[in-house]
Design a binder for this molecule. Structure first.
Ligand SMILES: [Zn+2]
Length: 473
């Protein structure tokens, strides 16, 4: 799935084409499809998604969430029942207007998200407080025909995700559960070895129909921000629109309180843009489909003994390991696994066997280290995971800049990263900031109240929030 030859683009010179090259040469995605924005996630890219699925699925099941599957199509008449929700997607939805040549009286919408179809069923399923909480997730695909330029994994027209949707008897129960989910996404971010900024989105920019939205905004190496997983407190917006209700313990009718939360295949793009280097992808061990690749260095007459040793080490390792016995040169293999971002590479030749050591190369630092046992190799994986997360934390810390005026915001924004400002909370000021700096207000810190002192850097009226602004994908 990957091409011969290494990287030709550099991050510092052409980040955009560097990224495209990483995606292509690492074998993460193939965009040469006949439909723009509908791409093929190739096996190496898909295997990362499978690990993300496996890890997150186990976490949500521990919290009592069950998986289910709902229809791909939503009748337009149904999706229109919540006007604000539909308005948020109207420009991006694909409509099926005829079937078998017959015009449909009620066109079908290809799901841009599943609230309406799921809650239609929730209304049928929920009768009493005894049916609550209801916690369902689905792993599926969605379609949003974005008109902007597409970018592999980051901005596509069809993507894979999980969408969790819960219904609760009380506001407190719904919010408490949502906080647990945000905690699970934090756990995922540890596996990604990424420090994301957890932000509450400005009210004027929340998920259509939501009470509030918490997202993991992630800085990538060109200083722009990519939105990661989003968690939405929906309050009773949908339950009132669709009359999803229950009778409480006092026989009173109540509307349910809801949450929804999602993480998409965009996460793969975030990983590549955040950790990659000029040699290709760098995957954190936590989500690398192959954590250790073993490359036998074969010399005439010593082939068997080398292969035997390679297989023996593979067998002993608890990590996800692959012995590359393909009929290619060692140099070709080094290059290919480097492009793919495999965390550790073990090279085994007759000399290593004689010396009784294992030669390991770390993908992130490219250090060559000799160790004695497979336990040492496993420790290196842990160390690498830890180091990559620390590096990410430092990167974030170094890229949050304070701006006390619009002028300061303009120069801070030019450096990339987050710009921290005092903000009055108005959408107009966000708009003018965007016009003048190219960056938008991404939100306020989640779970930590920052006290705003002074005045809004845009309009001069008293500041209500400490907000984080950035240029975003
Ligand atoms: Zn203002």
């Amino acid at each position: 799935m990957s091409e011969e030859g290494g990287m030709t683009k550099k991050r510092s010179e052409d980040f955009s084409n560097w990224y495209l090259e990483v995606v292509r040469k690492g074998g993460f995605m193939d965009q040469r499809t006949p439909i723009k924005g509908f791409d093929v996630i190739t096996p190496w890219g898909y295997s990362i998604w499978e690990i993300i699925q496996k890890e997150f699925d186990a976490m949500i099941k521990q919290k009592g969430v069950q998986n289910a599957y709902f229809p791909l199509f939503i009748p337009e008449s149904l999706i229109k029942k919540e006007e604000e929700h539909f308005a948020g997607f109207r420009a991006e939805v694909a409509r099926v207007t005829d079937v078998g040549g017959e015009k449909l009286a009620d066109p079908l919408i290809v799901r841009p998200t599943s609230e309406m179809i799921m809650y239609y069923m929730y209304k049928l399923w929920i009768r009493s407080y005894k049916d609550l909480p209801l916690k369902i997730n689905q792993w599926n695909n969605i379609v949003r025909i974005d008109t902007k330029v597409t970018k592999p994994f980051i901005r596509g027209r069809e993507f894979l995700w999980q969408e969790g949707h819960t219904a609760h008897a009380t506001k407190a129960d719904a919010e408490e559960f949502l906080h647990k989910i945000i905690g699970l996404y934090s756990n995922m971010y540890e596996l990604f070895a990424i420090e994301g900024l957890k932000l509450v989105r400005p009210q004027h920019d929340t998920f259509p129909g939501a009470g509030y939205t918490v997202v993991f905004d992630t800085l990538v190496q060109d200083g722009k921000v990519v939105q990661g997983p989003g968690s939405h407190f929906l309050a009773q917006k949908f339950s009132k629109a669709l009359d999803v209700s229950f009778t409480d313990e006092k026989e009173q009718k109540q509307h349910v309180w809801q949450t929804c939360w999602g993480m998409t295949t965009r996460q793969i793009g975030i990983l590549l843009m955040h950790h990659g280097d000029d040699k290709g992808a760098v995957l954190p061990p936590g989500v690398a489909p192959v954590q250790v690749v073993i490359i036998p260095i074969l010399f005439k007459g010593k082939e068997e003994i080398v292969l035997e040793k390679a297989r023996e080490i593979a067998k002993k390792l608890k990590a996800r390991v692959y012995v590359d016995e393909r009929n290619h040169t060692a140099g070709f293999k080094f290059n290919e696994w480097e492009l793919k971002g495999v965390p550790l590479r073990i090279e085994i030749g007759p000399k290593d066997i004689e010396a009784g050591h294992i030669t390991v190369v770390r993908r992130d630092t490219r250090e060559k280290i000799q160790v004695k046992t497979v336990t040492d190799v496993e420790k290196m994986l842990e160390k690498m995971q830890h180091d990559m997360l620390e590096k990410s934390r430092t990167f974030l810390k170094e890229n949050i800049r304070d701006a006390k005026s619009k002028q300061e915001a303009i120069s801070a924004m030019a450096k990339g990263g987050f710009v921290r400002i005092n903000w009055c909370g108005s959408a107009e000021c966000d708009k003018s900031l965007k016009k003048e700096t190219g960056g938008e207000i991404r939100g306020t810190l989640w779970g930590k109240k920052e006290h705003a002192a002074g005045s809004c850097i845009c309009c001069g009226s008293p500041a209500k929030h400490v907000a984080y602004a950035a240029r975003a994908y």
